[in-house]
Design a protein around this ligand. Structure first.
Ligand SMILES: NC(=O)c1ccc[n+]([C@@H]2O[C@H](COP(=O)([O-])OP(=O)(O)OC[C@H]3O[C@@H](n4cnc5c(N)ncnc54)[C@H](OP(=O)(O)O)[C@@H]3O)[C@@H](O)[C@H]2O)c1
Length: 307
């Protein structure tokens, strides 16, 4: 009996020590990207824009920013501390085949150390009201094009032997089902499964895969979110995003996770950490949280529409 108690105490002590060590190393970490070439999709706004500025300040040798809006990419480049280290790549993630071709051509002359699959869009509509075109658009933009970029850059990451990194900006909608985001969830869950499986395959080459799960971050995400009608955007900053984490703080966390090669990081309030862990452990918690979220998301959506 005494032996059992001692064993449990020993296990708890080891776990506590490791958690403390993990927390302390995280707290003390000062990210540094000296000499790195980084490609960030969705570099024209929000998380991608801020991450570009941050990694340049933290020493990155070259940052390639990709998105559709070249004017916005030019603005971001100008606002960076060292604009000459930033180059621009126009890319439409809704066209995976084109992205594959473009990235394969690009990889021939510019090897990438860190690929950040960040570009994408959310959704604000119930599935019943969604065109199938919107469904395809979401899967192409948030998932298939990112897979195409990994396909294009992975071979050179392997041959370069520079311990490449693949970073996928997912969402808590890639861990839990979030109503009025069905296709967003579908695309993020798909990327999550892809990344988790890929991680084990590429570890032998020293390549790491980091999954980032933001909760709510103050960006243009809800403004740019798809509605059910193809080509239409929600156009409003909803309450969840408006009161979310400042993008600077989110990017601080993301850059630390990249530098430390953490497999996964949740970016958001402690509440989201707990709820995603509980939902993962129990399908009942998952369903209850989904029902509560459904009612609250409808309210948030309605309120934003009335603004
Ligand atoms: N903000 C949040 O609360 C939150 C929460 C969870 C996950 N995330 C994830 O974080 C990532 C960045 O989002 P954000 O919050 O920074 O939103 P954002 O401010 O709306 O930025 C989205 C970026 O993606 C690019 N993009 C969208 N559609 C594209 C397309 N078809 N082709 C190429 N680029 C495209 C946009 O550039 P162009 O319009 O110029 O093409 C823009 O640079 C997304 O993957 C999102 O799912 C954000």
């Amino acid at each position: 009996m005494l032996c059992n108690k001692f064993f449990i105490f020993f296990i708890l002590a080891v776990i506590s020590y490791n958690l403390y060590k993990r927390w302390w190393t995280w707290l003390k970490c000062k990210p540094n990207f000296t000499g790195k070439t980084v490609l960030i999709t969705g570099g024209s706004s929000g998380i991608g824009e801020q991450l570009t500025k941050h990694v340049i300040e933290l020493g990155a040798e070259k940052v390639v920013i990709a998105a559709r809006n070249v004017k916005e990419l030019e603005r971001v480049k100008k606002e960076c501390k060292y604009p000459d280290r930033v180059s621009i790549l126009q890319m439409d993630l809704s066209k995976p085949q084109e992205c594959l071709q473009l990235a394969q051509d690009f990889a021939k002359h510019t090897p990438i150390d860190i690929l950040v699959n960040n570009g994408g869009l959310s959704m604000r509509e119930e599935f019943i009201n969604c065109d199938y075109t919107t469904c395809e658009y979401m899967m192409n933009t948030n998932c298939l094009s990112h897979i195409a970029l990994v396909k294009a850059f992975l071979p050179s990451m392997i041959t370069q032997k520079r311990q490449g990194q693949i970073v996928n900006i997912l969402s808590i909608s890639g861990i839990m089902g979030v109503p009025v985001r069905t296709m967003y969830c579908a695309s993020k869950f798909a990327m999550d499964g892809f990344s988790k499986a890929l991680r084990s395959e590429v570890a032998q080459y020293g390549i790491t895969v980091t999954q980032v799960y933001p909760a709510y971050v103050q960006t243009n995400i809800s403004k740019n979110a798809a509605t059910g009608t193809a080509g239409e955007s929600f156009g409003k900053v909803d309450e969840n995003i408006g009161t979310g984490m400042p993008v600077e703080k989110a990017v601080d966390i993301i850059s630390k996770a990249i530098y430390m090669r953490r497999p996964e990081v949740l970016v958001g309030k402690a509440f989201y950490w707990w709820i995603t862990k509980l939902a993962f452990l129990s399908s009942t918690v998952n369903s209850i949280a989904g029902d509560i979220k459904y009612r609250s998301q409808l309210k948030v959506m309605q309120k934003a529409k009335e603004q």
